[in-house]
Write a protein that binds this ligand. Sequence first.
Ligand code: HEM
Length: 258
Amino acid sequence: MTDTSIRRDTLTYGDYLRVPELLSLQTRLSTPPVHGEMLFMVVQQAQELWFKQILHELRLVIDLLEADELPEATHVLDRVDRILRMLGDGVEILEALPPMDFQEFRWLLRTASGFESEQFRELELASGLSDPQYLAMADRIVDIPAVRARWPVTLHDAFRDCIAPLDPDPIAALVQIYAHPSRHPNLYRLCETLSDYELRFREWRFHHAQLVIRVIGDRAPGTAGSSGGAYLDRTLQYRVFPELWEARNKLVAEVTQH
Ligand code: HEM
């Protein structure tokens, strides 16, 4: 066997993962390069890769829910929850960026902002976020009808279809599930994993909002033109699965009345 034939039969780590291309993507804008800009780019690029993975997993979760394969769907959703937890920690790494280092290159970003992250908006829409204020804002960033055409059934829709056989009123269905988890073990596990999903997503928002006030304070406007910290605080109110929380409110109210 010649050296050339060995090379032809062998796949290297770098070729498979396309490491050279990946490592060529951190093109900093600052000249001379500001040290912290590398961290800023790497953290955000890594987050975008993970957003891609979450979207990939959500497609499978929805398909499995539609096929009534609840344990399998819950298993995949649990994987998503783990990714989200790690992403919240990932954002926190940037808290180590000193405010003045950021100011050295922030002006180079001009109007660029994570606000424009199309994958993040797709994640919110594929999950089923339908808050009117949110939709009015997202409409300026993504083509909502086109995204909805890619997700004709959102995670929220698929979840509602799963609990509908118990009761057409989703809150009443959830009250049954939470009052008697052992009678509906698969639905109960699904609801708990979806509750984690909503909370992990909010945690990401919270970690990001904390990062922002740590690096630029709570009064500086964002590069996309929002009020910055105040805007991000408002996004913490979004709920994709309001029924999950309303059912808990109802159950607790019933218990405390007796
Ligand atoms: C020094 C670090 C960061 C600062 C100062 C910062 C600042 C901001 C600000 C002020 C906003 C509000 C929109 C605007 O007017 O610009 C925003 C939105 C956003 N940022 Fe960041 N950000 C940072 C890091 C990150 C990272 C690591 C990510 C991860 C991808 C990210 C993703 C986003 C997303 C997705 C939004 C939209 C949030 C929403 O509208 O709910 N940002 N950012």
